[in-house]
Design a protein around this ligand. Structure first.
Ligand SMILES: Cc1cc2nc3c(=O)[nH]c(=O)nc-3n(C[C@H](O)[C@H](O)[C@H](O)COP(=O)(O)OP(=O)(O)OC[C@H]3O[C@@H](n4cnc5c(N)ncnc54)[C@H](O)[C@@H]3O)c2cc1C
Ligand SMILES: *[C@@H]1O[C@H](CO)[C@@H](O)[C@H](O)[C@H]1NC(C)=O
Ligand SMILES: *[C@@H]1O[C@H](CO)[C@@H](O)[C@H](O)[C@H]1NC(C)=O
Ligand SMILES: *[C@@H]1O[C@H](CO)[C@@H](O)[C@H](O)[C@H]1NC(C)=O
Length: 387
């Protein structure tokens, strides 16, 4: 590309970015979201009692809050802030910037597993959908069966999510190459564009729209009944409160204790109704952590941390594992269009093959890795590489 056409491309990009960000804003104002309040405002309505208190406003917590609020009084407590207006979250091109942000305000909280795997977990309303690669798929029917869910109801529920936040990707060149390569290698049949979990090669759904704007689980709160839903941000729950009155055979969860953005403690309580529940949807790490802090877990583990036992359960906090992944990095001579997972291959052995392109396009951030045999996920990354 010569200098002049590069300038034209640059200007076109600036223009596109402008359209993109204004669409982002329009998108936000178009959504009819309930008010999000900081947790320090809680004393104003601490007299309220709820049918459901949901801990964790993430991928699962937000749609639960919306659907339950149709009939019940719901309190949603999220330890992070709002995703709206944060371009690190909303724009596709900032995917890697967001994950690399290690500041205390970051929506992605980095951690390294005990086996040394670098990872991140969400700390923002919308949860993992604010920091992940945005690929959307319906569940494998056998998974739904094993989980003991009503398969009919599950199928009826998918469109509720899909209509609100899922899009079809415009297949990027690298993704098209992967699609063709997978078919050539025998990962077949080609299933075309589909949300279903099918063996073979497919193009799936994404929560990034055609302008590269990320739609998240927080958008699903627009479907809530705002009169029945209270959403608190920067509300870090550190304990489930139990009624351990004598005469009760089992301890009953009656409320939660949480810390606001200024470090002050508050308590919120359930209505004294039979069906009232605390729902723990704080993520794969956050949920067992909260249970342990509340005295639910293996006796020895609790003892070690001087936490008195509320309910003994040997399984809490156990069975965690890293998501096994092998990666191949393909350096390119010219810049590649940015893309996150669009094409996916699922082999008969249940191996997933997916790809991303165009991120970390700087010389010093490129480390060429070689593929390792056998994995549950194979990822392929394409980078531009200037020598
Ligand atoms: C880098 C990355 C890429 C990924 N890519 C994909 C993908 O492309 N497609 C896909 O389907 N999945 C992907 N995933 C996985 C997916 O994002 C998660 O499986 C999913 O978001 C989990 O949802 P959840 O509701 O269980 O937890 P989360 O969405 O993490 O929600 C938990 C929420 O609870 C809050 N919380 C935690 N503790 C507390 C507390 N004590 N008090 C109050 N709030 C609390 C957290 O701040 C968070 O918002 C990816 C994950 C990562 C990290
Ligand atoms: C985006 O992330 C960068 C670091 O990766 C950080 O410096 C910046 O403050 C973040 N922006 C916002 C709006 O959080
Ligand atoms: C749900 O949909 C999937 C495909 O989309 C289908 O295989 C499955 O049989 C359906 N389940 C029910 C109970 O209808
Ligand atoms: C352990 O718990 C007991 C009872 O709750 C408390 O009195 C004691 O100070 C705690 N000890 C430590 C080391 O935290």
């Amino acid at each position: 590309m010569d200098l002049i056409s590069r300038r034209v491309v640059f200007k076109a990009l600036v223009f596109l970015c402008f359209i993109r960000s204004s669409q982002g804003r329009d998108h936000f104002t178009k959504l009819n979201l309930p008010p999000f309040l900081k947790a320090s405002r809680f004393p104003t309505f601490q007299h309220e009692a709820y049918d459901y208190i949901i801990v964790g406003g993430g991928t699962a917590g937000c749609p639960l809050a919306s659907t339950l609020s149709q009939k019940f009084k719901v309190l949603l407590l999220e330890r992070g802030g709002s995703p709206y207006g944060n371009r690190n979250i909303t724009l596709l091109e900032n995917f890697h910037i967001c994950l690399a942000d290690v500041s205390p305000e970051s929506p992605a909280q980095g951690f390294i597993s005990t086996d040394g795997v670098i990872n991140a977990r969400a700390k923002v309303l919308g949860g993992g959908t604010c920091i992940n690669a945005g690929f959307y798929s319906r569940a494998k029917p056998s998974f739904v069966q094993q989980a003991g869910w009503d398969a009919d109801l599950v199928n009826q529920s998918y469109p509720w999510v899909e209509e609100r936040i899922v899009h079809w990707p415009k297949v990027a060149p690298w993704q098209a190459a992967l699609r063709d390569g997978l078919l050539e290698a025998g990962v077949s049949p080609y299933n075309g564009y589909t949300y279903d979990h099918l063996y073979g090669t497919k193009v799936g759904g994404t929560i990034f729209d055609e302008t590269g704007y990320r739609h998240t689980a927080a958008d699903l709160l627009a479907a809530a009944n705002p009169n029945n839903l209270r959403v608190l941000l920067y509300a870090s729950v550190n304990k489930i409160v139990f009624n351990t009155k004598q005469g009760h055979r089992k301890p009953r969860a009656i409320g939660v204790q949480f810390k606001d953005e200024n470090g002050r403690h508050h308590q919120a309580f359930l209505r004294e109704e039979r069906g009232s529940e605390i729902i723990v949807s704080a993520g794969a790490i956050g949920s067992p952590q909260l249970l342990l802090l509340s005295g639910i877990g293996p006796r020895n583990e609790l003892k070690k941390h001087n936490i008195s036992v509320t309910i003994r359960n040997e399984h809490v906090g156990k069975g965690m594992s890293d998501n096994p992944m092998n990666s191949i990095f393909v350096p390119m001579k010219s810049p590649t269009k940015q893309s996150l997972i669009e094409t996916v291959g699922i082999t008969d052995a249940g191996v997933f093959i997916e790809a991303s392109s165009g991120f970390s396009q700087t010389d010093d951030s490129i480390h060429c890795h070689h593929g390792i045999m056998s994995a549950e996920v194979w990822s392929l990354f394409a980078f531009s590489f200037t020598c």
